[in-house]
Design a protein around this ligand. Structure first.
Ligand SMILES: [Zn+2]
Ligand SMILES: [Zn+2]
Length: 98
């Protein structure tokens, strides 16, 4: 597969690419993991999947994928009130520390 080139092939000119996996994404706040080559909504959700200083399955740390033009983007799920309360307690404790 050819390397993605921002500005061509339907890829926005502002896209960010990772040559090792030919991924691309948009949004300066995104975090792409060089270990597992998943793309996260933010540094915070990236750090959540790095719980224990390794790459976890995003679903194991409470993240969900939403399909973007560039593929799955992992982030926090849309939440019900109860779920929001439960997860905000989890996030407040810092899911990165064990
Ligand atoms: Zn990873
Ligand atoms: Zn990558």
């Amino acid at each position: 597969m050819a390397h993605p080139t921002p500005g061509f092939d339907g890829i926005p000119a502002a896209a960010i690419t990772h040559g090792a996996c030919n991924s691309w994404w948009t949004g300066a706040e995104r975090s792409h993991c060089a270990g597992c080559c998943r793309t996260f909504t933010s540094l915070k959700t990236f750090e959540a999947h790095r719980k224990g200083l390794r790459c976890n399955e995003p679903t194991d740390v409470g993240l969900v994928a939403r399909e973007e033009a560039f593929g799955p983007l992992w982030g926090k799920p849309p939440m019900s009130e109860a779920e929001r309360a439960r997860l905000s307690a989890l996030w407040a404790r810092g899911v990165g520390d064990e």
